[in-house]
Design a protein around this ligand. Structure first.
Ligand code: PMP
Length: 446
């Protein structure tokens, strides 16, 4: 039985009087049906202040690969909290974590820890520019690398303003972003090697770095087309350009060694956050010695009061312990639940005769509904940002509002996160709710 949202509604009203917009991140303002208030999470479940229970596929927007309130992570974090919160000095746990990451991650010769993914991205871009003495960075349309000034470009641009690919335009996402900085960031289409090749050829000696999500998780969970990442690797090597994999979502999720482990491609620098510590705030900038030595030597600036904060480091080590346990059984569990959902959703599409798009992986996948008149045939995938615009975002939002009311919490952008805590029962209950929400909201739209 649904208990309504009365307490959440009242809390949001109260919050708006002191907390800007009632939320702590602009992204949360877009939650459906509106920003709800939660008071408890455990395993795959979350409870809101009105007593409604949810099967959670948001999972902190990625961190909770082992589910909410994982016993090992909580225990390790609490144990460290009792030994002190912050020393502003070295501690042995940070060495242990650094050694673990260097052992697990192909490109990690050296690492530095921070708090957020955004600041680790900032560090990677600075390092790439310092190492190459070049200014320009290439990013891809529809990809997100954090909210900081020098990279918050062309996440969700209007294609009529973004231009054609022979004259790409870099569009700031927010008023107040430093004017002029966009001239040092070039935006190209993802999954299209010839455009990247041509750009690098025409701008030899100008490009410091190519930064990419190795799977485009922030738009439609788009897998790399065969050969795309390999080709990108070869081009960056050929042009002596720093290849940065932003693995904030894919890291410790797509495999223990992230996307670079899963696809067998070694970037020069990489960024982790989220799943590395199952909910504790920590990020990691890692890379090959050739570049990281500039930070090691103190030449390139990197700092932060909370870097390597002991409770988060302890949480990260406990997370890696759990991820490595029983031959990576956590990955098999999350993948199994995710693939069962993917299969189930595809089955519902057939049963209800709906043109659903379901793509990605078990551990993270995308669900979308094509706009009216857009004939995506069965099995057809979204391969870049512009094809993702064929999806009906308003219809998806209405679906999310409905399914949240049925006890399934999902992100309005279409990506579903899985954890090792999701069970067969969760999958069955989710598919039941999905069928009801599809019949209620989506069937009438086609
Ligand atoms: N890079 C990617 C790929 C992300 O998905 C995110 C956050 N969703 C970030 C960077 C920024 O990380 P944070 O929110 O921790 O600053």
């Amino acid at each position: 039985m649904h208990h309504g949202y009365a307490k959440s509604i009242a809390s949001l009203e109260r919050a708006k009087r002191s907390l800007a917009g009632g939320v702590s991140s602009n992204v949360r303002a877009g939650d459906k049906p509106f920003p709800l208030y939660f008071e408890r999470g455990m395993g795959s479940k979350l409870w809101d202040v009105d007593g409604n229970e949810y099967i959670d596929f948001v999972l902190g927007r990625g961190p909770l690969f082992l589910g909410h309130t994982h016993a090992g992570v909580i225990e390790a974090t609490c144990k460290q909290l009792q030994m002190g919160q912050i020393y502003a000095a070295q501690h042995e746990l940070e060495i242990e974590l650094a050694e673990r990451v260097c052992r697990i991650v192909p490109c990690a010769d050296l690492v530095r820890f921070g708090i957020s993914g955004s600041e680790a991205v900032h560090g990677a871009l600075r390092l790439a520019r310092a190492a190459t003495g070049r200014k320009t960075v290439i990013k891809f349309e529809g990809q997100y690398h954090g909210w900081l000034d020098n990279i918050l470009y062309s996440l969700g641009p209007d294609p009529t303003r973004a231009g054609e690919w022979d004259h790409p335009r870099t569009l700031a996402e927010s008023p107040g972003q430093f004017d002029g900085e966009e001239s040092h960031v070039v935006v190209l289409p993802w999954n299209h090697l010839p455009t990247l090749e041509q750009y690098l050829d025409q701008h030899r000696g100008e490009i410091a770095a190519v930064i990419t999500e190795p799977v485009m998780c922030n738009t439609a969970v788009i897998p790399p087309l065969p050969g795309f990442l390999e080709g990108m690797r070869e081009l960056c090597t050929k042009h002596d350009v720093v290849l940065i994999f932003d693995e904030v979502i894919t890291g410790f999720r797509l495999s223990l060694a992230g996307a670079q482990g899963r696809f067998g491609i070694k970037p020069d620098l990489t960024i982790f956050g989220k799943a590395i510590a199952n909910g504790m705030p920590i990020s990691c900038l890692a890379g090959i010695e050739k570049y990281m030595r500039l930070i090691a030597a103190g030449k390139v600036g990197h700092g932060g009061t909370y870097n390597s904060i002991p409770p988060a480091v302890a949480g990260a080590i406990a997370t890696l312990d759990a991820l490595e346990q029983d031959e990576h059984a956590a990955y098999a569990a999350a993948d199994r639940a995710g693939l069962a959902l993917v299969d189930g959703l595809r089955g519902l599409a057939k049963k209800l005769n709906l043109p659903l798009v379901v793509q990605g992986y078990g551990v993270i996948f995308y669900l979308g509904f094509p706009k009216q008149g857009v004939a995506l045939h069965e099995g057809q995938a979204i391969t870049d940002y512009r094809t993702s615009l064929t999806m009906d975002q308003d219809l998806y939002s209405a679906f999310v509002s409905d399914i949240v009311g049925r006890g399934v919490r999902i992100i309005p952008r279409g990506n579903w996160f899985l954890s090792s805590a999701h069970t067969d029962d969760d999958v069955a209950a989710t598919l039941e709710a999905a069928e009801a929400a599809l019949i209620e909201v989506v069937v009438p739209a086609y």
